[in-house]
Design a protein. Sequence first.
Lengths: 381, 205
Amino acid sequence: MIISRVKLKNWKNFKEVDVPLQDRTFIVGPNASGKSNFLDVFRFLRDIAKPGGGLQKAVTDRGGISKIRCLAARAHPDVEIEIHISEFGSNEPLWKYSIGIKQETRGYRLPYLTYERVHHKNKLIIDRPEAEDKKDQERLTQTYLEQINANKEFRDINRFLENVVYLHLLPQLLKHPNSFTGPDLPGDPFGKGFLDRISKVNEKTRSAWLSKIEIALRIAVPQFKEFKYTEENGRPHLEAVYEHWRPKAGRQREDQFSDGTLRLIGLLWSLQESDNLLLLEEPELSLNGAIVSKIPALIYRLQKPRKRQIILTSHSSDLLNDSGISLDEIIVLEPTQEGTNARTATTIPEIKAMLDGGMTPSAAILPRTKPKNINQLTIGF
Amino acid sequence: MSIPLNFVHEDDLSEFVMTQLVNSFGDKYYIGNLYYGGGFGYIKKNINGFNEAAIATPFFILTDLDNGECPVKLMNEWLKPERKPNLIFRIAVREVEAWILADVEGFSHFLGISPSYFPANPEMVDDPKRLLIQLAGKSRKRDVREDIVPINSNAKIGPNYNGRLMEFVFDGWDINRAKSRSVSLSRAFNNLQNFKYIAPTSPKK
């Protein structure tokens, strides 16, 4: 299943958004336009749906309603989220899930639902607040989505959302996990426990996936020869052998891998790992442009058999240079005084015209995401 | 109502010059998106795209003639099938640097050198960028000289070439003086002055 449409009101940078999403979706925009905040909608829904999660925790983890609500919100202060869920390759909504959230004006100032609605094939099956909710207002501090007793009729949505994966692998965190103490973040977004994730996969699957990564690394990383998974004192490790004039030398562990190698391993692993919605934050980071230019095709090949949706953010012209990317697959974020606008690149006439004239998506779109007056950046120094 | 004008340019300096040119018409234009890819190859490769897009929204393209024979020939070569009405396509003879050198009084003051070093007709200079750098090398202002002149023969321009020239273009460059010595600049100016935006048939908001 995929999320085929998202509608937002007052979510972080976005005052109002209504965009269709494809199996493969690229989010582009200037710095601080809300690319990560756009992805955060899906993480937010996951945090509500997952075991041990819930509306209260998802909001608290983000610093309360005041951190979530759009600064441009005025007359209609509710934060509203609606998603449509469809089969892979389709945009016919199978499910629609929507919530509105507000904060109590006194007392504990808990976030509560102004509504929660579920449609199945366009039939409204849940419509809160219900009579019970009106008798007991406290019920509105929890969604039905997070309650097993209440979500029986739409368990599919719950399962889909709780398995959303977000990846923004930080190589330093993976190399030196012990230097970064403190509680682990839910869902391990930055790859601190990446090796543990690898260790939990059963041996046969693991070696199959790793051997595919090995083939890719041999092409992408000069002198790279072999790659394997090892365990030492119960701790998982990745070990690579590089070609070297001393045959026994050239053996390296993950803490000696380059940032680029680790990010590539992380990317290739995550693409194989599951069948659920995958959110990738700037997969081009630390990677050579030639490798980056292959990412869109790679994503396409790996998502297809798994019927898996992948949404990613990017600044990279190498990545968007692929003329196989359709304008439907690109969402352009444009900041304005009244919050950020999000629209599909197809709805911008000059972009379509430029592609008709033979330009690549990156040449037509990325200049729009460039900061105005960028030349003055150096003046202040 | 202001006309949104998207820029397509070869380098930073062209962008400053275009901005200053467009701003000299007050409210007539406001600057839309900037398309820039480094060098004329980018413009040549994508010109069809910009031309098509000019149906929807106006574009202002500035490129250098460099060693080309004549601007009209270059335009005809690049722009096949034909120029769309909302496309302003201008060519600096031979480089946009010549438009800077054309403001002799302003630029000689900026560099702190005598105007007598400047060519009477900057459009006749084969390599205006090289001349500009040579003149900057004579500058009595050390920071100006160090910014514009390459650190050694392995670099083409100085480490803050664009930044320093931006300062001049926005604060010291006088378009009226400059266009009296440059036909290509004068034509570009007139084109912008006479330009009328033709809205696409299905009006957008």
